[in-house]
Design a protein around this ligand. Structure first.
Ligand code: GLU
Length: 471
């Protein structure tokens, strides 16, 4: 899709409820509307749906904002908070009242319960029966004293509400299936479905891209749109994201907050790539850049079935991005991790870090793994004990001492280090692995590293010689 050829000025939104820490399943509902806005040259709006006062928290809002910033899902407007828009909702409510789309209902909770029980006993779907709905020629019950009514929306009777869902295709609901929704509580506060519609109108949203747990709300919302004299936006309801056990992903069953992936060393572009594929496809393409994704993204290739999260696949995608990333950029991500582990920023600025990243990035799938390797170049080394016992034997001790001597005196570059090895191997009648393995264990901590001369050069003469001697 190109920005020039999209017929309308697209405005999308992400409207999370800050009632738990946002996880990957939720953030995918931010990625697609963001991508669609960016792909079409439109606007992306962030709206915090914080009307559930008991369950909403500032900490959850912070994770949303932090997680989106980390992933580069930048918004053009907002964040707007629903709790700060109450006056506006009340104003629109008054408008609906004035046009006769809303009526007071005095049915008590006990009466509602009794009604529900009766309907259930008769095997009917529980629904409000319209007792207080005003109709021409109908006598309403006497208004009970001292009862604050709720306000109900006068849902149209007869006919259907239909929309062309960009994911699910045409959906049609008969109006008779929908009862008259409560849109204001006895204390006058508006309810969820009403606020969403007012916001989507005021924010001029053209495309609502959200989780399919909202499909049941959509016909109600469409009717409210029309009562307010507006046409509803285009809807795309995304299938659920399942966790590795095949359950709906949720914090309750172990989903991690998005920001934890940052802390575990995942790259934002890899996350965007992985999440993009979790419910959308471009042929068989698995690895792509953010730019590529935005060039390809449209609403026509959203998947219809639930997508399943797979951490091993995410790690693989991350490893591909890590390999492809420029060494300087990787070093910029690894440096703060090393600082957190106590390495001084000045030491990290000696120019080695990008070269260390270049040497190790092929064998790492996260920047945390890369930082683990890089650490021994600046901090202390702690050889894996089993490997030390296996490789650093008494028999090899004289050769290690000789190598330490040779490395103290030679020029400090790969070729000279390699020559020092050859000289010691020849003098002691050894093969390369017999010497290289213990050297690696002592200098880097483990016997499996990239080419030993390249590694030693970057560790630096002083550290190498000391580690070979203090064994
Ligand atoms: N606040 C809703 C949620 O977090 C989203 C509502 C919407 O996108 O319309 O599930």
């Amino acid at each position: 899709m190109t920005e020039q050829n999209f017929p309308v000025h697209v405005r999308t939104r992400f409207a999370p409820s800050p009632t738990g820490f946002i996880h990957l399943g939720n953030i995918r509902s931010a990625l697609y509307p963001w991508a669609f806005a960016r792909a079409t040259g439109g606007d992306f709006i962030l709206r915090i749906e914080d009307t559930d006062l008991e369950r909403s928290s500032q900490a959850a809002v912070d994770v949303i904002i932090e997680g989106m910033a980390w992933l580069g899902l930048d918004h053009d407007e907002g964040p707007f908070y629903q709790m700060q828009r109450m006056d506006r909702y009340k104003e629109v409510l008054a408008q609906l009242q004035a046009t006769g789309h809303v009526y007071p209902c005095y049915m008590s909770v006990a009466e509602l319960d009794a009604l529900r029980e009766k309907q259930m006993a008769a095997k009917e779907k529980p629904r409000y029966d319209g007792t207080w709905r005003p109709e021409a020629g109908k006598n309403l019950p006497p208004v009970p004293e001292g009862v604050q009514p709720v306000l109900r929306f006068k849902n149209p009777q007869g006919g259907v509400v239909a929309w062309e869902d960009k994911v699910k295709g045409r959906i049609e609901i008969r109006n008779d299936e929908l009862d008259d929704l409560v849109i204001a509580r006895p204390d006058g506060t508006p309810t969820y479905n009403f606020c969403v519609v007012v916001d989507d109108i005021d924010m001029a949203i053209t495309h609502v891209i959200r989780g399919d747990d909202h499909v049941n709300n959509t016909p109600r919302q469409i009717n409210i749109f029309r009562a307010l004299g507006k046409e509803p936006p285009v809807y795309a309801h995304l299938p659920t994201v399942l966790n590795e056990q095949g359950e709906k992903m949720s914090k309750r069953n172990g989903a991690k907050p998005v920001t934890q992936y940052r802390d575990e060393g995942y790259l934002p572009d890899a996350m965007v790539n992985y999440l993009a594929r979790l419910g959308w496809s471009h042929g068989d393409d698995e690895i792509f850049s953010r730019e590529q994704f935005l060039q390809w993204f449209n609403l026509d290739h959203l998947g219809r079935s639930a997508a399943q999260f797979d951490e091993a696949k995410l790690r693989w995608v991350n490893a591909q991005h890590l390999k492809a990333m420029a060494d300087d950029a990787l070093a910029a991500l690894v440096a703060p991790q090393l600082e957190k582990r106590g390495i001084a920023a000045a030491d990290l600025a000696d120019g080695r870090l990008p070269r260390i990243c270049a040497l190790f990035k092929d064998r790492c799938d996260t920047t945390v793994a890369l930082a683990d390797w890089a650490f021994v170049f600046y901090g202390a080394v702690l050889p894996v004990e089993a490997e030390r016992t296996q490789h650093v034997t008494d028999a090899i001790a004289p050769a290690l001492d000789a190598l330490a001597d040779a490395l103290s005196a030679c020029a400090w570059d790969k070729a000279s280090i390699s020559a020092a090895f050859k000289q010691v191997l020849a003098a002691h009648g050894l093969k390369m692995p017999q010497l290289a393995m213990p050297v690696r264990v002592l200098v880097v901590g483990t016997a499996h590293t990239p080419s030993v001369d390249a590694v030693l050069e970057l560790v630096g003469r002083e550290k190498v010689v000391a580690r070979l001697r203090n064994r």
